[in-house]
Design a protein around this ligand. Sequence first.
Ligand SMILES: Nc1ncnc2c1ncn2[C@@H]1O[C@H](COP(=O)(O)OP(=O)(O)OP(=O)(O)O)[C@@H](O)[C@H]1O
Length: 237
Amino acid sequence: MDEVCKVYGRNGSAVAALREVSVALPAGAFTAVMGPSGSGKSTFLHCAAGLDRPTSGEVRLGGTALSGMSETRLTELRRERIGFVFQAFNLVPSLTVEQNVTLPLKLARRRPDRALLADVLERVGLSDRATHRPGELSGGQQQRVALARALVTRPEVVFGDEPTGALDTMTAQEVLRLLRRTVDELGQTVVMVTHDPVAASFADTVLFLADGRIVDALDAPSASAVADRMTRLGAYA
Ligand SMILES: Nc1ncnc2c1ncn2[C@@H]1O[C@H](COP(=O)(O)OP(=O)(O)OP(=O)(O)O)[C@@H](O)[C@H]1O
């Protein structure tokens, strides 16, 4: 991201949600984004992932500049090169686990590679649940289906928006360990917005946003170091 600004609204009601954010999110690394409520985390994620357009500045995925792309090309880019995991698992209730996971391939008119599908289901520990429907699964299992769906296109980057926000502590840790393993074993690039210092501690680097700016970064973060920085940013005041 190069000098990315995002302003919502106009004139008197304008809100600067991102202010000249320049940052490289390294390939093959796990980056967490934290910050107090309203600091711009969701806006950051939406701009980085091509879900929303910056007011100014440039976002590049690999060598591809996102500005100036038509909506259709942006949609294709998201579908083919980016995976998403949201807080609400966003699975299709009427489809089986396997059908949910292969949906992005179907939308892209790509034929599912059986070996890759088997590998992805195995990776998230759901090989024996392929024919079940989301309603028959626990929250953690549903989020693992969503993770499999995000991985099945072999995306250049997986973006997580509070992916463990709806899960209890133990289940959240399972999902975070899986995310960590995709980075360590597949070289997957992961960028995750979270409120939770424990979740952030699974990342290689934590970026801290405050008032639309990156104000700090922490490598090899411990949960307590992350919580300490958040306290200093006034997050828990
Ligand atoms: N659609 C919008 N229209 C106007 N202002 C907006 C809009 N979306 C976000 N904002 C404002 O932009 C700023 C950043 O919002 P954003 O949702 O990115 O923060 P956040 O860090 O993700 O917050 P939270 O942790 O509470 O989800 C806030 O001041 C917010 O009120």
